[in-house]
Design a protein around this ligand. Structure first.
Ligand code: PMP
Length: 585
């Protein structure tokens, strides 16, 4: 039997695991399972099977020692939660564990191109990773077609006077303007991590261009959630047993990963919720409800998703508040001068998106925040469409709250985040009451914990928080700046090709955009285009994208909206555009 690893190609981990399984199962005394359908040797592929399969070989190599304890280590490398360890594993119910420093979580982990799930620092595993890394060779770097390959730069790289704006070119690094750069990751290797990208739809390979609605999940996230339920599942914070410690450790470990990802000052500033919608509702129904009074004003932008409009409308109706809207220009850019005119002594809150889900506009978030603060208003930034495409630094933004959904950043559904400044969170009364968020309860009175616990009443979505942590690890390993650069290149490529489709109208042509390509095509309803693309295996969103006000600003009720992620390719865009050309014929 040979594994046929070609140094020019990536090794297929699943195939490797399968082969190894077959090999060791075929040793005397072992049985090969046969797939009843195809009649071939078949094993369900598990990442940890790979380690198991290598085990005899590892013994031979002296890399694994016989006394290895098979009990799984906890996610952050200890069998006890940091908090439990701090309390001699006797958890103090009056002071549950959210904010202890965990030395195991400190500092960035070295980047691995091959990741084995969750096993940490067993010597044999480090060696195994090295072995696998050695055969994992990136394909030749893809040159980005700029200057050399195209005759004209793209319209949206120019400023309003038609002058090329160096800041808009690829990596936004003026020193590299005009130089072809190579994406520092191999998109085909990355794609291998996403099992769903191997699906076929209507007989064609799936082309997932609905990333603004939700992103696909890498195997590492899927495995992490499964591992949680296999080895760690317990309720958190409340019991002094081993699994409670593991689950708490994993959950609080995920909180630390979120903190680092968005550069919050403390884990106490990270609240887990169901998603961006719940996050905005939390701020509306706690701080805003407690602090805003009749006549006060809330400013939102014209670009907002319904999730950042409706909760404010509900509050406005309840409390007699006024909502004001920042207008945008014909490209979909925020009009900062108009915004400045809206600010005044009555402005108490400015809530806006960092990236528009309908147009892709990147808003000048720091400037909007700065002006709001100068007027004495608080600021909420909706990061649902930004965190997966660009580096977010909440301290640099100086937002009072920043919210996002896990499922849009390659994590599971049902988990999201409110970042809030710690002092502000602790001044705010909780919006929901129940277990987990109290330090003392009598029938007369309840004392709440500090943040984040005070905003996490009841049993939260523990496993998916842990899955979100794995997604953040995954994105961080590729590097969010690398993702941003590669996607920017794809966006430019796609925009240029789409513009050539006869009868197309792009909706949202701001110079600074991320991921989204909204359009309408003369002679077709948007749902007809969606259906035609679906026939060819292409998933795009067609509709109002829960952002009706901004589409109406452009005189349409719906658009077709392909939206990109880092696993998309030029070839996929070519397929999309070819179908549109065919439709026009
Ligand atoms: N804000 C924006 C900008 C969004 O794109 C979305 C989701 N489309 C949301 C908020 C709401 O996110 P969720 O549905 O995950 O709560």
């Amino acid at each position: 039997m040979s594994t046929n690893i070609n140094a020019e190609e990536q090794p297929d981990l699943s195939a490797l695991a399968n082969l190894a399984n077959q090999f060791f199962k075929a040793l005397p005394g072992q049985q090969i399972k046969t797939d009843p359908v195809v009649g071939q040797a078949h094993e369900p592929v598990r990442q940890d099977a790979l380690v198991e399969s290598y085990e005899p070989w590892l013994y031979d190599q002296g890399l694994r020692n016989n006394s290895f304890d098979h009990s799984p280590p906890s996610a952050s490398g200890v069998g006890v939660s940091p908090s439990a360890a701090n309390q001699n594993n006797a958890v103090d119910l009056r002071n549950p564990q959210t904010s202890f420093a965990d030395p195991n979580l400190a500092g960035p982990k070295p980047a691995d191109s091959v990741q084995l799930p969750f096993q940490e620092d067993e010597p044999f595993e480090t060696r195994l990773k090295e072995i696998l890394n050695n055969v994992r060779v990136s394909s030749p770097a893809v040159r980005i077609p700029f200057d050399q390959d195209t005759d004209a730069p793209y319209y949206f790289l120019k400023n309003r006077n038609g002058v090329l704006n160096p800041k808009n070119i690829f990596d936004r690094d003026a020193s590299r303007v005009g130089q072809p750069i190579a994406p520092p990751f191999d998109v085909n290797l990355v794609r291998n991590d996403f099992p769903i990208l191997r699906e076929r739809v209507n007989g064609r390979p799936l082309i997932w261009l609905d990333n603004a609605a939700t992103t696909q999940k890498p195997q590492q996230v899927i495995d992490r959630i499964s591992y949680f339920y296999q080895h760690e599942n317990s309720n958190i914070h409340r019991a002094a047993h081993q699994l409670a410690a593991r689950a708490t450790d994993a959950y609080e470990g995920a909180r630390e990963k979120v903190r680092a990802f968005i550069n919050a000052a403390s884990v106490n500033e990270i609240i887990f919720v169901r998603g961006a919608t719940e996050a905005i509702n939390l701020v509306a129904k706690s701080w805003s409800e407690q602090n805003l009074n009749a006549g006060d004003e809330i400013i939102v932008s014209h670009l907002e998703h319904h999730a950042n409009i409706v909760p404010w409308q509900q509050l406005a109706a309840k409390k007699g508040l006024k909502i004001k809207v920042i207008p945008v220009d014909d490209d979909g850019q925020i009009l900062l001068d108009e915004y400045a005119k809206l600010l005044g002594p009555k402005t108490k809150l400015v809530a806006f998106t960092q990236v528009s889900n309908a147009l892709g506009t990147v808003t000048p978030a720091s400037r909007i925040t700065e002006l709001a603060h100068q007027a004495g208003a608080k600021v909420l930034i909706d990061g649902a469409q930004s965190v997966s495409h660009m580096k977010v630094d909440v301290r640099a933004l100086d937002a009072d709250w920043f919210v996002f959904s896990g499922h849009k950043v390659f994590g599971p559904t049902g988990i999201g985040v409110v970042y809030g400044k710690e002092a502000l969170l602790n001044e705010t009364q909780p919006w929901q009451g129940g277990g987990n968020m109290i330090s003392d309860v009598t029938f007369e009175y309840t004392q709440y914990h500090k943040a984040p616990s005070r905003f996490e009443a009841g049993t939260g979505n523990i496993a998916d928080a842990v899955g979100l942590g794995a997604a953040i690890d995954y994105v961080s390993r590729i590097g969010i700046e690398n993702i941003s650069r590669y996607e920017h290149y794809l966006l430019i490529y796609a925009t240029r090709l789409l513009k050539e489709v006869p009868g197309i109208r792009l909706i949202g042509t701001a110079p600074d955009k991320a991921s989204v390509l909204s359009f309408v095509l003369a002679g077709y309803k948007t749902e007809e285009i969606g259906a035609a693309l679906n026939k060819e295996g292409i998933a795009v969103r067609s509709g109002h994208h829960c952002a009706q006000p901004i589409l109406r600003r452009f005189g349409v009720e719906s658009t077709v909206r392909p939206s990109l992620a880092f696993y998309n390719t030029r070839a996929e865009i070519d397929t999309l555009v070819n179908i549109l050309h065919r439709l026009k014929k």
